[in-house]
Design a protein around this ligand. Structure first.
Ligand code: SAH
Length: 466
């Protein structure tokens, strides 16, 4: 059976700007070929087995030629694979998507195109520039800022006289020329211009000036590719409509399996939050130990409690077996959860200092334990962790909500990545996590409570003060 190729638009960078259909295709993909500008976090949406190939073209060093990419697409489709060709923005906006589709068609390969949000639109809204506005612009024109020698030059006279907003893509190395050509063809040198780099991401930068002065202004502020050059009266609207959120410049990593509430809250405060899928775990078969031996049962997590209740039922027992025992937990969260089942805990323990006794049975859903304890681990990893695809140096902070998130994450890092990790500000939730973090030489560990709202407030205060 022959496979299919999906030319998929990844959107401008913020991973939540991917379409729902796009997300589904990434999940289904056997092979993903992705470009340099694509946010690598999107690749975490793929399945464990998917093969990921970076065909990104470096500005001066062409890793893969277009022909190589075309051939790979055909090769994998002929092997029966679901192939995703992941492209920045929209595949049919200066992405050579048309060429790829035409080649697939010529080779008789089934394909589809899933649109993405083009940077030519999304980049403007990200900084408060409406691309059309009554009285200011009733059209917009998206133009390439880069022509190859073999191509005829643009009709500058025509472009300079267009009513409406001009948006140049791939134009940064040609900025002075673009402005010059527009001015000599009659465009007012005082027309407002905005340059927007890395739109919709933590490293987004903007500079506003006019046609005559923008080249100098952009150089002074160090703006370079990838950026949009936006020319027209609508640029003025940014002053009024650009919404700046408190954590906008922050790039934060939350090593969590899915979009957690933590992810959502930090994103809503403007941060670019990348997640990292944790291992999927399954219950493992264990024998119920003789509970008479223990005076205390220490429950690590909500999942551990659920698994433990299940284990009791499988042995024709229920929680009454704990009647004369002390029940300890590792966080208030677990205490609250047990209360819903009518169980009051005796102690919330925050350090390991006094629990090394044979009297205690610790029940956990992960395999992290101190050797001196009687430890009952009820779950085991089902999947291998994914390789880390992003550069830890681009983050400012990392948040560890649990010991397992810290332990699992560190397990996938090589030495140099671990060193990079240690340079990040580490926000840790709860003293248990803080104790574990101490072992890894972080530059700065910021203790937060296990309470989510208070943790977010601490992160916001700390990151906005620096
Ligand atoms: N298909 C893409 C464009 C690919 S051409 C799309 O629809 O957006 C590459 C150019 O796109 C870059 O040189 C830059 O001009 C622009 N670009 C892409 N992503 C961008 C971003 N996040 N911020 C600013 N410009 C971006």
């Amino acid at each position: 059976m022959s496979g299919k190729v999906t030319l998929l638009g990844a959107g401008p960078g913020n991973i939540e700007l991917l379409t729902l259909l796009g997300k589904r295709r990434l999940k289904q993909a056997d092979v993903v070929l992705y470009d340099r500008l694509v946010n690598p976090s999107l690749l975490l949406l793929t399945s464990q087995q998917a093969q990921l190939i970076n065909v990104g073209k470096m500005p001066h060093y062409h890793k893969y030629h277009q022909e190589d990419i075309n051939n790979l697409l055909v090769k994998y489709a002929k092997m029966g694979y679901q192939v995703v060709r992941l492209k920045a923005g929209d595949p049919y906006v200066f992405g050579r998507g048309g060429e790829e589709a035409a080649y697939l068609k010529s080779q008789g390969i089934a394909f589809e195109v899933i649109p993405g949000l083009t940077s030519a639109l999304a980049g403007l809204s990200a900084v408060g520039i409406p691309i059309t506005q009554r009285g200011l612009a009733s059209s917009f024109h998206v133009i390439t800022g880069q022509r190859r020698d073999s191509e005829a030059d643009l009709n500058w006279n025509n472009i300079a006289h267009q009513e409406g907003t001009l948006v140049f893509l791939m134009g940064m190395s040609n900025l002075a020329n673009i402005c010059h050509n527009l001015i000599i063809n009659g465009k007012n040198p005082h027309t407002p211009v905005a340059i927007i780099q890395w739109a919709t991401q933590w490293r987004q930068k903007m500079v506003i000036s006019n046609l005559k002065e923008i080249t100098t202004a952009a150089a002074q502020k160090g703006l370079s590719s990838p950026a949009l050059i936006v020319i027209g009266e609508v640029v003025r609207m940014s002053q009024q409509l650009n919404v700046i959120l408190p954590l906008q410049k922050q790039h934060i990593l939350v090593p969590f399996s899915k979009h957690s509430i933590l992810y959502q809250r930090l994103s809503d405060l403007g941060a670019t939050v990348d997640f990292y899928p944790r291992q999927i775990k399954v219950k493992q078969k264990v024998k119920l130990p003789n509970l008479d031996k223990f005076a205390v049962v220490l429950i690590d997590s909500v999942i551990a409690f659920t698994d433990f209740s299940q284990l009791l039922l499988e042995n024709n027992l229920d929680v009454r077996i704990l009647a004369r025992k002390q029940i300890w937990v590792r966080s208030n969260l677990v205490a609250q959860h047990l209360k819903q089942y009518g169980i009051l805990v005796d102690k919330v323990i925050t350090t390991d200092a006094n629990i090394n006794t044979a009297q205690i049975l610790e029940i956990s859903s992960d395999e992290l334990h101190s050797d001196t304890l009687n430890f009952l681990s009820l779950e085991k990893p089902l999947t291998k962790m994914k390789k880390l695809l992003y550069d830890l140096q681009t983050f400012q902070a990392i948040v560890f909500p649990s010991r397992a998130s810290l332990k699992d994450f560190i397990a996938v890092l090589d030495n140099s990545q671990l060193q990079q990790l240690q340079q990040l500000q580490a926000f840790v939730m709860g003293e248990q996590v803080a104790n574990l973090a101490q072992e890894y030489d972080f530059r700065e560990i910021i203790n937060c409570p296990t309470n989510l709202a208070r943790t977010i407030a601490i992160i916001e205060r700390k990151l906005t003060n620096e």
